[in-house]
Design a protein around this ligand. Structure first.
Ligand code: ADP
Ligand code: MG
Length: 212
């Protein structure tokens, strides 16, 4: 089933030296349970595309559909409700323990405990972010992104600050959770070793999205 569709999306940024186009006529369709990998050099437009997919930014031109329903600028919250997002940085709140950090996204203690158990984080739930390793923090972020049972998980360079072992662990967790909870994923990374784990991979070259 067609979950998310971008049709002829364009996006430019304006600065003091003029308008600078990042995406030009980009089409993308994300199917139910599909895992998409997005790679390319720094500055090619990966975050710009992910922010549009995540409803954090809006394209200048083109249309976006969620489950075949058009998403207007005013209805971006509809899209955001169906999404979980992970970034390069963990963005956990240092004053809150792990349980309360996840509680910001979900009020059900039962659901929080289920997700903590699934990601083997129960032992850490009373700890604070600065007591966790980078790998543990990013696992908490995956759990937090998924606790509200989104249909789509968007991850922007989620492994950049991790060592090899933890990077693999986080990507494997994301893909395992995708199967277990029927979630589609779009993961951006410049670590090409992940490419073969995904159903499809794309890069952005000269403002165009290219299937690889
Ligand atoms: P990537 O994630 O692939 O590194 P980005 O999507 O972050 O690339 O950025 C693509 C280009 O757009 C870069 O040249 C960046 O400097 C520029 N850019 C990104 N966000 C903004 C913004 N808010 N305002 C102006 N330029 C931006
Ligand atoms: Mg980026």
């Amino acid at each position: 089933m067609n979950l998310l569709n971008l049709k002829k999306i364009s996006k430019a940024y304006t600065s003091n030296i003029g308008e600078f186009k990042i995406l030009d006529n980009v089409n993308l369709s994300l199917q139910n349970k599909e895992n998409i990998f997005l790679f390319g050099p720094s500055g090619c437009g990966k975050s710009t595309l992910l922010n549009i997919l995540a409803g954090l930014d809006y394209p200048d031109d083109g249309e976006m559909y969620f489950q075949n329903q058009i998403i207007k600028k005013k209805s971006l919250e509809l899209l955001q409700k169906e999404l979980g997002i992970i970034f390069q940085d963990h963005y956990l709140i240092s004053e809150l323990n792990i349980f309360d950090n996840i509680k910001l996204k979900c009020n059900s203690h039962e659901e929080i405990n289920v997700i903590l158990k699934y990601f083997e984080l129960l032992d850490l739930k009373n700890k604070f972010p600065n007591q966790l390793s980078n790998g543990q923090k990013q696992r908490v972020c995956v759990a937090r992104a998924l606790v509200s049972q989104p249909k789509i998980l968007i991850a922007d360079e989620p492994t950049s600050y991790l060592d090899r072992e933890n990077a693999d662990l986080v990507i494997n967790l994301i893909l395992m959770a995708s199967k277990k909870f029927d979630i589609s994923t779009v993961v951006a990374s410049h670590d090409m070793s992940f490419q073969s784990k995904f159903d499809k991979s794309y890069t952005i070259d000269n403002k165009n999205l290219i299937l690889c």
